[in-house]
Design a protein around this ligand. Structure first.
Ligand SMILES: Cc1cc2nc3c(=O)[nH]c(=O)nc-3n(C[C@H](O)[C@H](O)[C@H](O)COP(=O)(O)O)c2cc1C
Length: 166
C-alpha cells in the first residue's frame, strides 16, 4: 500500500511530529510539506496521513487553506485517512485542535475511512471541533504544554493506525 503523509506547519512543530510519525509507522513512502506540494502529489496514494496545526482561533494552518478547494478533487473513497493535529490547550482552550475536525469533515464527505480516533483523557480544554462522540477524530498533540508526552502519544497512536496502513 502506498502511504503518504501530508503536513502543514507554521513554526515547525507539526513538521517535527510528522517526521516522528513517519519514522515510527515504518511504511510511509513520502512525507510531503503541503507548502511545496501540488495537488498531483495526492494521486496514486492508497492511504493518507494528514497533519496540521490549528491557528488564528480555530482555523486551518495557512498552507492548507491555500490548498483547501483543490482537495475536493481528491478521491478518498474507501481509503484510510489518519489525522493528527497540533494545538495549544491552555492559550486556545476554546478552539483546541479544531483543525482535526475541519479535516475530518472534508475527507469523510469525500468518502474516506477515518482511522485513529483518540481519547480526550489527559487534556484540559473547553471546546474542540476535533471531538466527535467524546473522542478526538485524530491524534491531538500539544507541543506548547505537553511536549514531554508527544513521543509516547505518537508511539501509541502509530500502533493503533498501523494495521490500516499495511
Ligand atoms: C496566532 C496563533 C493562534 C493559534 N490558535 C490556535 C487555536 O485556535 N487552537 C489551537 O489548538 N492552537 C492554536 N495555536 C497554537 C498552535 O497550533 C501550536 O502552537 C502549534 O504547535 C503550532 O504548530 P506549527 O508550528 O506546526 O504550526 C495558535 C497559535 C498561534 C501563534
Amino acid at each position: 500500500m502506498e502511504v503518504k503523509l501530508f503536513f502543514g506547519s507554521s513554526t515547525g512543530n507539526t513538521a517535527k511530529c510528522a517526521k516522528a510519525i513517519a519514522a515510527k509507522l515504518g511504511n510511509v513512502a513520502a512525507v510531503v510539506d503541503i507548502r511545496k506540494a501540488s495537488i498531483d502529489d495526492f494521486d496514486f496514494v492508497d492511504g493518507y496521513i494528514i497533519g496540521l496545526s490549528t491557528v488564528d482561533e480555530g482555523l486551518l494552518q495557512e498552507d492548507w487553506r491555500r490548498f483547501w478547494d483543490d482537495i475536493d478533487d481528491v478521491d478518498f473513497t474507501d481509503k484510510p485517512v489518519a489525522i493528527f493535529g497540533l494545538g495549544d490547550q491552555v492559550k486556545y482552550a476554546k478552539w483546541f485542535v479544531d483543525a482535526i475536525g475541519i479535516v475530518y469533515d472534508k475527507v469523510t464527505e469525500k468518502g474516506a475511512k477515518v482511522v485513529g480516533a483518540w481519547p480526550t483523557d489527559g487534556y484540559t480544554f473547553e471546546n474542540s471541533a476535533g471531538v466527535r462522540g467524546g473522542k478526538f477524530m485524530g491524534l491531538a498533540l500539544d507541543e506548547d504544554n505537553q511536549s514531554d508526552q508527544t513521543e509516547g502519544r505518537i508511539a501509541k497512536w502509530c500502533d493503533i493506525i498501523r494495521p490500516s496502513f499495511s
